[in-house]
Design a protein around this ligand. Structure first.
Ligand SMILES: Cc1cc2nc3c(=O)[nH]c(=O)nc-3n(C[C@H](O)[C@H](O)[C@H](O)COP(=O)(O)OP(=O)(O)OC[C@H]3O[C@@H](n4cnc5c(N)ncnc54)[C@H](O)[C@@H]3O)c2cc1C
Length: 497
C-alpha cells in the first residue's frame, strides 16, 4: 500500500471501496493518463484471491467479521472491507421490472431506461463472472420449490433481466463455492496499473467544501490524519456511509446540520432522507426426517446452499405486468444461531420489493467514529399499503407451503398462518433483504429532495459525485448488487466521456 502522503493530487479519488467503488476504480484507471486513488476503511486482503480469509471466500454462508458494527440490529449490517458488501452477501443477482426503470428515467433521464442500461447490466454480468445455478447446487427443497411454483401456475422467467412475474433461479457470483466479490472481479486485473493507488485501512472523515467545490478530503490512517486532494471526488460509501459523509462535510439539511454543530455548506434536504429497504417475514416449517437426511447428504457433498430459487410475485396492489414480492424458499443451516447436527431450518420468506415506507440516515454527532442513526422506517407508510402487500405475500407463502411438492417435505407448525397474524406480530417477525438505497437520491432540478442529477453530480458542489446504492431514487424489485454494479458501470462511462 502506498502512503497517502505519497499520494497527493490525483485526478480522481474514489471514497469507499465497495461494489460501486471497485467498478469506478477499475474502469476509470483503464485510461493510463488518469490517476485514480481508491480509499477503503476496511482491510484489503491482497491481490491473490486464494489468500483471502476462508470465511470471506466461502459462498455457503454470510460472514460477519468485516463489518462496521459487530452487534448491531440486522438492518444495519454493512461490510467494511475492500469489495464492500459483495464480500458478505448472499451472491444472488436478479433484476427489476420495466416500472423500476420508468421511475429512474423520471429521476435521471433516458440513460436509466431498461434498454439503455442493458449493455451496462451485461458488462457487469460478464465482469463478475455471474453464472446460472449448477444442477448439483439445488437441494431437494429448492428442487421441490421449482415444482411447487409450477403447481401454483407461475411461469418460468429470467430472474436477472427485466421481464414479467414468474419463477426461476438467480445468477450467482459464486464459483465452485467461492464468493466472487467485486474486488476479485474488478480490481485484481487493475492492481498492477501504475496510475491506480489503493489505500485500505483508511477511513474518510470529511470533505472540505468551499465556494461550491471540494478542496480536499480528510482521512484517518492508523489514528493519523492525512489530507488527499483531487480534481474529482467520487463518494461510494454505500447507502448508509455516503449520506453520513456528506452530512459530516456540511452537505445536507441546513437546520439538522446546525443542530449537530456542523457548518452548512450546501443546503440539501434530501441527504439521508428517502432510505428505502426491503423488509420480509420468514415462515418456518418443520422439515421431515426425510428432508433432514437429504439436506445432510447434500451438506456432506459440500453443495448445500440455503436458497437457489425464487418467485417474482404480484400482490393485488401491484401494477399490471410488474411484481412487488419475492417469495423465497430456503432450507439449510439457520442464518442466526445453530441446530443440532443433522437438523436444518426450512421455510419460505416473503419480501416486500417495492415498499412505500421511507426511513432515514442521520448523524448523532459530527464525530466520524460515531455510527449514524439508521431508521429503516419499515412498514411506516401512513396508508398501510406495505403491510397489506406483505400479507398478500404471506398468503402466497401459505399456498406454496401447502403444495403437493413442498408439503411432503415440511409441515406447518402449530398456530395461525403468518398472513393471519396481527400487525404487531408481523412487525415483531420482520427481517430485511439488506438492500438499502435512496439516501442521496438522483432527481430532476425541480425535486427539492434530489441530491444528485442523472449523472450523479451533487447539486451545488462542482467536482463531487455520489456513485453507489444511495443514488437509486427507488429500490428496484430486485436484489440490489447487480443494479448497483450496472449503475456504477453507467456512471463510470459518463465520467470517462
Ligand atoms: C448481509 C447482506 C447480504 C446481501 N445479499 C445480497 C445478495 O445476495 N444479492 C444482492 O444483489 N445484494 C445483496 N446485498 C446488497 C448488496 O451487497 C449491496 O446492494 C451492494 O453492496 C451496494 O454497493 P455499494 O457500493 O453501494 O455499497 P457497499 O458494497 O456496502 O460498499 C461501501 C463501501 O464503502 C466503505 N466505506 C463506508 N464508509 C467509509 C468511510 N467513511 N471511509 C472509507 N470507506 C468507507 C465500506 O467499508 C464499504 O466497503 C446484501 C447486503 C448485505 C449487507
Amino acid at each position: 500500500m502506498k502512503s497517502p502522503a505519497q499520494a497527493a493530487g490525483y485526478d480522481v479519488v474514489v471514497l469507499g471501496g465497495g461494489v460501486a467503488g471497485c467498478v469506478l476504480a477499475a474502469r476509470l484507471s483503464e485510461d493510463p493518463g488518469r490517476s485514480v486513488c481508491l480509499v477503503e476503511a476496511g482491510p484489503d486482503y491482497g491481490a491473490r484471491w486464494q489468500e483471502w480469509p476462508a470465511k470471506v471466500r466461502d459462498a455457503h454462508a454470510l460472514p460477519r467479521d468485516d463489518v462496521w458494527e459487530r452487534h448491531a440490529p440486522m438492518h444495519r449490517i454493512r461490510a467494511r472491507v475492500l469489495g464492500g458488501s459483495s464480500c458478505i452477501n448472499g451472491c444472488w443477482n436478479t433484476w427489476g421490472s420495466e416500472a423500476d426503470h420508468e421511475e429512474w428515467v423520471r429521476a435521471g433521464g433516458p440513460r436509466w431506461s431498461a434498454a439503455a442500461m442493458e449493455r451496462h447490466r451485461l458488462r457487469a454480468v460478464e465482469q463478475m463472472r455471474l453464472r446460472t445455478v449448477p444442477e448439483r447446487e439445488f437441494s431437494p427443497w429448492s428442487r421441490a420449490a421449482l415444482t411447487a411454483a409450477r403447481e401454483l401456475g407461475y411461469e418460468e422467467a429470467d430472474m436477472a433481466a427485466p421481464g414479467a412475474p414468474g419463477y426461476g433461479t438467480p445468477l450467482i457470483n459464486a464459483l465452485d463455492g467461492v464468493r466472487w466479490n467485486a474486488a476479485f472481479a474488478y480490481l485484481d486485473a487493475a492492481r498492477s496499473r501504475p496510475n491506480l493507488t489503493i489505500l485500505s485501512g483508511t477511513s474518510v472523515d470529511r470533505l472540505t467544501v468551499r465556494a461550491g467545490r471540494v478542496q480536499s478530503v480528510d482521512v484517518q490512517v492508523d489514528a493519523r490524519r492525512e489530507v488527499l486532494t483531487a480534481d474529482t471526488y467520487l463518494v461510494a460509501c454505500g447507502a448508509f456511509g455516503s449520506p453520513a459523509l456528506l452530512l459530516r462535510s456540511g452537505i445536507g439539511p441546513a437546520d439538522q446540520l446546525q443542530k449537530t454543530g456542523i457548518r452548512p455548506e450546501v443546503d440539501l434536504p434530501g441527504v439521508g432522507a428517502n432510505l428505502t429497504d426491503q423488509p420480509g417475514v420468514f415462515v418456518p416449517l418443520a422439515p421431515t426426517a426425510e428432508l433432514n437426511a437429504a439436506l445432510a447428504a447434500q451438506e456432506a457433498s459440500g453443495e448445500l446452499y440455503v436458497s437457489r430459487m425464487l418467485i417474482r410475485a404480484a400482490s393485488e396492489l401491484c401494477p399490471e405486468g410488474s411484481w412487488d414480492l419475492h417469495i423465497l424458499p430456503s432450507a439449510g443451516d439457520p442464518l442466526f444461531g445453530s441446530l443440532p447436527p443433522g437438523e436444518y431450518e426450512a421455510g419460505i420468506s416473503a419480501f416486500l420489493m417495492k415498499p412505500a415506507s421511507r426511513g432515514r440516515v442521520r448523524l448523532r454527532s459530527a464525530d466520524p467514529a460515531e455510527a449514524p442513526e439508521i431508521d429503516p422506517g419499515f412498514l411506516s407508510d401512513p396508508g398501510g399499503r406495505d403491510i397489506a402487500v406483505l400479507r398478500s405475500g404471506l398468503e402466497i407463502v401459505e399456498r406454496l407451503a401447502s403444495s403437493a411438492a413442498l408439503k411432503s417435505l415440511a409441515a406447518h407448525g402449530p398456530g395461525r398462518a403468518a398472513h393471519e397474524l396481527s400487525d404487531e406480530e408481523l412487525r415483531s417477525r420482520l427481517g430485511t433483504y439488506w438492500h438499502p438505497v435512496g439516501t442521496c437520491a438522483m432527481g430532476p432540478d425541480d425535486d427539492p429532495l434530489a441530491v444528485v442529477d442523472g449523472e450523479a453530480r451533487v447539486r451545488g458542489v462542482a467536482n463531487l459525485r455520489v456513485v453507489d446504492a444511495s443514488v437509486l431514487p427507488t429500490v428496484p424489485a430486485a436484489n440490489t448488487q447487480l443494479p448497483v454494479l450496472a449503475a456504477a458501470e453507467l456512471l463510470a462511462e459518463a465520467l470517462r466521456d
